[in-house]
Write a protein that binds this ligand. Structure first.
Ligand code: F6R
Length: 658
């Protein structure tokens, strides 16, 4: 395995790496880690490194005329790894003729051809694109009769043995800490068996199955013992959502509460992470506890905020002793004494606060986050779904409008997938009443009847018709317009982009294409904004926010020579799932209690997303509650650091193009 590759491609969006520098041996840097762990700048880089190792092993075995036996996972994590293996097969001739695979697990009960079965996943993502012999593919059978499951488990184990045992095992990790479907409580010597899925695991799978109720309650999984028998193990994890469980598995002691921690007892297990999944590790989160660091301004801010939180003290009360006692004596030596550092960080944070997100005219703007001129500004707020604008920055949005800026809202996707079937039927029923009210002649009745029938029969496999999708999109358009009207945006400034990548009719979206980028460029060139707000939210469970921000950044980079871009600032907000860490924040917009109320009412306009929306993730709070809790928590944090006490604060990170 290559050494860590940390050339961060987008340092403004992911945690940068301020690792202890100098000539420290690996063991020193990793001394908090109980499993060998490699951190890569991106999931792509990590996937390629694992593919390198697998390719090397297959080739080595093939040279010796031996079969290579590989244990494989499913889920979102290994997709890039499989794509890389397929690419190597097609482009460089990597052959899988000498490969035997054993998949870790399968839902139970489930038919092999079911859209969400792991069997289907494996054929779609890997097997049908390579030259593996179908007889060499092994996947636990989700359609095996209940009374035969235990026997099948034993046979699966036997088959692994007969194949000569696993040569290498590839894993992902669930948020419960599971490997395979070995949920918390699994015993270290368990073998292939039927298990009940943890409720968090079922929630995580809910979107794929169109609701938690449709997720199978059981799974068949290779045991911890079966996995640990492989002489070489790689576990991959990507994204912020995995950071917490990775920290527990890697840095805390072995416990069956976190099954992945059993890998600490394996002589040759490696954890492969991207920066986001590594964010909880000591060497990334609080590297000053590991050794000397490179103290940039933002990094000092991060360390000081951490220290204040740890000691429950405001910035200006931190002493040399506080720094020294908490692993920051190097900071004091290089940049101290403490009061000098304190004042610098205090001022720096103070300057992030502004009630004028579009810039304040006629004042000195040297220490303000946004420039005073031009005033008013042309502003574009991109919203991945039709409600992210108000959920994530409703207060700032209202301020910008109130302060006289020309605010345009661009809804990137229709959001139709998140409207329940029941809501669609309800609206169709409503439309039926137009017939008698307006005495018009259209066949709303039969459309209503056929839609109601369709939804009755619909299951996770059904693709919605274009018409029904459009009805759901219209519901969301109506809600978004209502919220904009409430805030005071003229109708002509509301833009529904309906980006094509989203319009598949199923939860699974297409990859973004050139059309999505060109449409985004065309839109921006029409408006030529002075300010752009966009969702820099990378932990959206369905990846839509991720695609949306990538599209905007790609479009902007392609237009970098345009005159208007030179005078345009880009501000990133975070969506419903997470807030920016304070060390990254460039602008903080405080909200009064009345503004918090306005924001809440604007979110309420999105009725289809209230009271148990389809894609809430595992957090049971409604979107408005999450937004309020988060904005209030930020205000409390500023207050505790010794700044003014506000009701709520929305924060933004500035993205610099060059
Ligand atoms: C699936 C498996 C599971 C997944 C884990 C992570 O075969 O073994 O342990 O690896 O649930 O799933 P994703 O990658 O979808 O986050």
């Amino acid at each position: 395995m290559k050494k860590d590759n940390l050339n961060d491609p987008n340092p403004q969006l992911v945690d940068s790496y301020h690792l202890p520098f100098g000539d420290h041996p690996d063991e020193y840097i990793r001394r908090f880690e109980r499993i060998r762990t490699h951190v890569f700048a991106s999931a792509d880089d990590g996937s390629k490194a694992v593919a390198d190792r697998v390719e090397a092993l297959i080739t080595e075995k093939s040279r010796k005329g031996e079969m290579c036996v590989i244990g494989l996972p499913t889920g979102s994590t290994p997709k890039g790894f499989y794509a890389e293996l397929v690419r190597r097969h097609k482009e460089t001739g990597l052959s899988f003729k000498n490969v035997i695979t054993f998949n870790l697990d399968e839902y139970y009960p489930i038919k092999p051809e079911h859209r969400q079965s792991y069997n289907r996943f494996m054929w779609d993502n890997l097997f049908k694109h390579i030259d593996i012999l179908p007889g060499n593919v092994n996947i636990p059978r989700g359609d095996c009769p209940r009374e035969e499951v235990s026997m099948m488990g034993q046979e699966y184990e036997l088959k692994i043995k007969e194949a000569g045992g696993l040569d290498i095992q590839i894993l992902g990790i669930g948020r419960t800490g599971h490997i395979g479907f070995n949920e918390p409580g699994s015993s270290p010597n368990s073998t292939t068996r039927l298990v009940a899925l943890d409720s968090l695991t079922r929630q995580d799978a809910a979107a794929d199955f169109y609701g938690e109720d449709n997720v199978p309650r059981y799974g068949i999984t290779m045991g911890i013992g079966s996995i640990m028998a492989a002489p070489e193990i790689y576990l991959m994890a990507w994204g912020e959502a995995k950071a917490d469980i990775i920290r527990k598995a890697v840095e805390e002691s072995v416990s069956d509460a976190v099954p992945t921690s059993f890998l600490q007892n394996h002589p040759n297990a490696t954890i492969v992470l991207d920066l986001a999944a590594a964010a909880g590790l000591t060497r990334i989160k609080t590297p000053w506890l590991v050794g000397p660091c490179e103290w940039t301004d933002r990094f000092i801010r991060k360390a000081v905020v951490w220290l204040c939180q740890k000691l429950n003290k405001p910035i200006l009360k931190l002493t040399d002793r506080d720094y020294n006692d908490n692993g920051m004596s190097y900071l004091i030596t290089e940049h101290g004494p403490s009061n000098k550092i304190n004042i610098k960080v205090f001022n720096d944070l103070q300057h992030t606060i502004t009630g004028w997100p579009g810039g304040k005219p006629n004042v000195d703007d040297t220490t303000r986050p946004e420039r005073a001129l031009p005033f008013p500004k042309k502003v574009v707020i991109f919203s991945p779904h039709p409600d992210d604008d108000v959920i994530s920055m409703g207060g700032t949005f209202a301020r910008l409008v109130e302060q006289g800026h020309d605010v345009h809202i661009a809804y990137q996707t229709s959001g139709s997938i998140a409207v329940s079937d029941d809501d669609a039927v309800r609206y169709l029923d409503f439309v039926r009443s137009f017939k008698s009210i307006f005495n018009v002649d259209f066949d709303a009745d039969s459309f209503y009847q056929s839609a109601a029938e369709f939804y009755k029969k619909k299951d996770a496999k059904t693709v919605e018709t274009n018409e029904l999708r459009q009805i759901k999109a219209a519901i969301r358009r109506g809600e978004a317009k209502a919220a904009c009207r409430f805030i005071g945006v003229p109708e002509g400034n509301i833009h529904f982009m309906n980006l094509p990548f989203y319009e598949t009719g199923t939860v699974k979206k297409n990859p973004a294409t050139e059309n999505d980028i060109l449409q985004t460029m065309e839109f921006l060139r029409k408006i030529k904004p002075h300010q752009i707000y966009a969702a820099g939210d990378l932990s959206d469970p369905h990846g839509t926010h991720r695609v949306c921000i990538d599209l905007i950044l790609e479009a902007l980079h392609r237009m970098i020579g345009d005159e208007w871009i030179k005078d345009c600032r880009i501000w990133l907000y975070r969506g419903a799932w997470q807030e920016w860490d304070l060390d990254k924040v460039d602008m903080a917009v405080p909200l009064s209690p009345e503004e918090v109320e306005i924001k809440r009412l604007a979110i309420f306009k999105h009725q289809s997303q209230k009271d148990g929306a389809l894609f809430m993730g595992s957090d049971k709070r409604e979107f408005w509650q999450r937004a309020e809790d988060r904005n209030k928590a930020t205000a409390i944090l500023y207050d505790k650091l010794g700044m003014a006490e506000y009701e709520a604060i929305e924060v933004f990170v500035r993205y610099k193009l060059a």
